[in-house]
Design a protein around this ligand. Structure first.
Ligand SMILES: NC(=O)c1ccc[n+]([C@@H]2O[C@H](COP(=O)([O-])OP(=O)(O)OC[C@H]3O[C@@H](n4cnc5c(N)ncnc54)[C@H](O)[C@@H]3O)[C@@H](O)[C@H]2O)c1
Length: 394
């Protein structure tokens, strides 16, 4: 057994993602993890975050970066590039949350997502991707792209099936939906770089792009990549006709809350991806694979690993059932280990092995770049009423 190396860690951001990243770090077994501290622009959450975990709260991000080997980018998408490039410039590893980056408006108070030229948005998003890739190419560090769907056990099982059977995927069909993000920043295009198409659509899309990569590299070492996309987006909760029954978040300023993308890959096969913020009954995450030699249904949530029946709501007051479920009464697809099904600990284990021992990573900057390129071409398509738009391969 090789000697365990220690990785020094910094966390940027002190919200939802910072919490689940830290939790996943506690499950790493292949390396020692020394969490040095946190930096966040919100001191009122950063200080308790640090105190609860016995780590330092830094006043300047640069001071934190100087003391660590890897930084976790747990900030809204608008700041991903800034943090990632600063860390890469110091030869640090970067674990960057999804989406890799995007277009966040022109900085004016009048900016509104409904009036964006999506061609210009795509150009700006791709320019941001190029700056990140350039910073990585000059760095001794690497960018590890935190797309947890890649590390979900069912997606990794499908990777194994593809590698061992040489299957050809003809159609991938997937979705991520729920009743609306918890994060206040998400209501504004200027923070998230778009709405649900990017915020949630990136998850099943990137899993689809990943599996086609695996198929290609298994066959002849050449990843199969996205070629074109057609898409529609809608803002249902902003429609004057929307009737708020109290279950679906509906305070969005200028973003889409329903989207569908149809991607043609460069081998002519297809992936269709739905993402929405209008679905109640718990988070709805699934991916189906239709191949020439097998078929797979990755039921992330709901799934039937465990089903519970609770006759009285109050019975389960201290029981976590599953993400975004409105009620704990009656039958529920309770997740016995939601982190495991969503791939968070597996993702961190893989990333820390890459940092400490140079192990290969499945979710890297190239995959994040393909996702951003596909997503912004999808926004261009939606603005053109669903026309087919080419995807630039960076
Ligand atoms: N993979 C997943 O399942 C998943 C789930 C939720 C969020 N995310 C991603 O995580 C990221 C953060 O989302 P969240 O839900 O944690 O948001 P959040 O609003 O809960 O937390 C964001 C934190 O970042 C801090 N922050 C903002 N700008 C900063 C900057 N420039 N420098 C330092 N700190 C800054 C804020 O103070 C806050 O503490 C987003 O990119 C989001 O897409 C991923």
């Amino acid at each position: 057994m090789k000697e365990k190396r220690t990785v020094r860690t910094g966390i940027v951001g002190s919200g939802f993602a910072a919490r689940f990243h830290y939790h996943a770090l506690s499950k790493i077994h292949g390396t020692n993890v020394d969490v040095i501290g946190v930096f966040s622009i919100e001191r009122e959450t950063a200080v308790p975050y640090a105190q609860e975990r016995g780590i330092r709260c830094f006043d300047r991000m640069e001071d934190l970066l100087d003391e660590v080997d890897v930084v976790h980018v747990c900030v809204p998408p608008i700041s991903h590039e800034q943090v990632a490039v600063a860390a890469l410039a110091r030869d640090k590893f970067v674990i960057c949350e999804k989406p890799l980056t995007g277009y966040f408006g022109d900085g004016t108070p009048e900016f509104h997502g409904d009036h964006v030229s999506m061609d210009a948005a795509r150009d700006a998003a791709l320019a941001s991707v190029r700056r990140i890739l350039d910073a990585e190419s000059k760095s001794k560090g690497r960018l590890l792209y935190a797309e947890n769907w890649i590390y979900m056990p069912s997606i990794q099982k499908e990777r194994e099936i593809l590698e061992k059977t040489g299957g050809q995927i003809l159609w991938i069909h997937g979705e991520e939906s729920h009743s609306g993000s918890h994060a206040a920043y998400y209501a504004f295009w200027k923070n998230g770089g778009g709405g649900v198409l990017i915020g949630k659509g990136c998850h099943p899309l990137t899993a689809a792009l990943y599996l086609k990569r695996v198929e290609g590299r298994t066959r002849d070492g050449r990843p199969i990549r996205p070629k074109s996309v057609t898409a529609r987006t809608h803002a249902m909760t902003r429609m004057p006709t929307f009737r708020d029954a109290g279950f679906i978040r509906c305070d969005y300023h200028d973003i889409d809350d329903f989207s569908m993308m149809h991607v043609e890959m460069d081998d002519g096969t297809v992936a269709s991806v739905f993402a929405s913020d209008i679905v109640i009954g718990g988070i709805h995450n699934w991916l189906e694979v239709y191949a020439n030699n097998h078929r797979a249904h990755c039921n992330i949530n709901p799934n039937t690993a465990m089903q519970t029946y609770n006759p009285v709501e109050a019975n389960f007051k201290d029981i976590y059932v599953v993400e975004k479920i409105e009620t704990k009464q009656g039958w529920a697809c309770t997740s016995p280990d939601e982190d495991w099904f969503t791939g968070y600990p597996q993702e961190m284990e893989a990333f820390y092995r890459a940092i400490a021992y140079g192990d290969p990573v499945e979710s890297d900057s190239a995959l994040g770049a393909d996702a951003v390129s596909t997503i912004y071409s999808a926004y261009v398509s939606a603005q053109r009423g669903g026309a087919v738009v080419d995807v630039e391969q960076l």
